[in-house]
Design a protein around this ligand. Structure first.
Ligand SMILES: [Zn+2]
Length: 395
């Protein structure tokens, strides 16, 4: 790949400290000093300093990528600790970009770290991608994926994408000159909230470590020119089976992003419209605010005037654990058929009290609001989901 930030003159020699740090890497056939100089001159944008960002940033810092630019507006909390090894308990509440920079500076004091404690969005994405040789996606939401993909295609910047959920992961390198892009795979985003996040469905702690390390590997390959990048293929990792499988992916001639040369600002404008109601894909597209019920109130109602309970999670999640007596009608069914989704329930549901729940309350909020709009004014969302139910009702 081209190295737009590689100076035309001979780069300064490695210092003795750098020679020692990179000794085992410099020995590699096909890598050597030229490879090390390519890394030192490189600028890599890493969006998200969480589960994927932890191994991506740690490995690229240790390997000697000269400038790492990090975007993340989140702070460190205890639910991060089983997979985000760049942070630790001493940094609870600290901005993740600050915590990550502390770790990275200790891993390799010779590199530059640029911290942006903000979410990547329409206002900053063009500037961020323009200054990067490679973009690595460590986010967990569709809005960021589409924004990064579209901008990377428009600015001819490779986009290393990965997604993790429960025990499975996917990985590919998009937006290379002749390869496909993320929209070749998924031309349009799924309905907001229809795909559960790791916060709702869970994730095996080692999984982002495994796949983030693979993202860092692809970045090093692209920057140094070694090997064959994971383009035109999607790597699918099944942690329970211990297997990687690869699906071929070709450029879609009608892809809404890469079929014709896109303009960066046009891409961002389209994205802004596409995600106008849902910049994170974690919030509902409806402006309706459904009535809520707490787990304690539901527990009391259970014994006096039990409502109809609807679990809007997937059948797999429903089979794992439920609130007793609930019916499973997944969010997708409610979103696609709001007026008929409840027709098979053995009750007259139009004016009966309904309580919808999911894991944490995100999907049920959207489901209840959708049903409110479809003529079910008594569709409530359980605040905090089944998680709150367990916490508040377990003696
Ligand atoms: Zn495409």
């Amino acid at each position: 790949m081209p190295h737009p930030h590689t100076p035309a003159t001979t780069p300064p020699a490695l210092t003795p400290q750098e020679h020692t740090h990179y000794a085992r890497q410099l020995l590699l056939p096909g890598f050597g000093l030229p490879g090390q100089h390519h890394l030192r001159n490189a600028r890599v944008l890493v969006v998200g300093a969480g589960g994927l960002g932890s191994p991506v940033l740690s490995h690229l810092a240790a390997a000697g990528v000269g400038t790492l630019t990090i975007y993340d507006n989140d702070t460190v909390d205890a639910t991060n600790m089983h997979r985000q090894l760049i942070h630790n308990y001493g940094r609870l509440g600290m901005l993740k970009v600050d915590s990550a920079a502390l770790t990275l500076t200790q891993l390799n004091p010779t590199i530059n770290i640029e911290k942006h404690p903000t979410r990547i969005d329409a206002t900053n994405v063009i500037n961020a991608v323009t200054h990067a040789d490679i973009v690595i996606d460590g986010t967990d939401n569709f809005a960021s994926r589409y924004l990064l993909n579209d901008t990377c295609v428009a600015l001819n910047t490779p986009y290393i994408w990965a997604a993790v959920y429960q025990y499975d992961a996917q990985l590919s390198v998009f937006a290379t000159p002749h390869g496909p892009c993320y929209r070749c795979l998924h031309p349009t985003p799924p309905p907001p909230g229809s795909v559960p996040s790791c916060a709702e469905g869970g994730v095996l702690g080692v999984l982002p470590g495994h796949v983030g390390t693979a993202q860092a590997t692809e970045a090093i390959k692209l920057l140094t020119g070694i090997g064959r990048p994971l383009t035109n293929r999607i790597g699918i990792y099944d942690a329970l089976d211990g297997t990687w499988n690869y699906l071929p992916l070709t450029k879609n001639p009608t892809c809404p992003t890469c079929a014709t040369p896109p303009q960066p600002h046009a891409m961002v404008t389209r994205w802004t419209k596409e995600f106008a109601n849902d910049p994170t894909c974690a919030l509902p597209t409806t402006t309706t605010t459904p009535p809520t019920i707490t787990a304690t109130q539901l527990h009391q109602a259970h014994t006096t005037n039990p409502p109809i309970l609807i679990d809007v999670r997937t059948p797999t999640e429903h089979a794992t654990a439920t609130i007793p007596g609930s019916h499973n009608i997944p969010l997708n069914t409610i979103l696609t058929h709001p007026t008929t989704a409840l027709d098979n329930l053995p009750h007259n549901t139009k004016h009966a009290p309904l309580v919808l729940y999911c894991t944490s309350g995100t999907r049920s909020h959207l489901a209840a609001a959708t049903l409110n709009d479809a003529g079910y004014p008594n569709a409530h969302t359980l605040t905090g989901g089944i998680t709150a139910w367990w916490q508040e009702t377990t003696p």
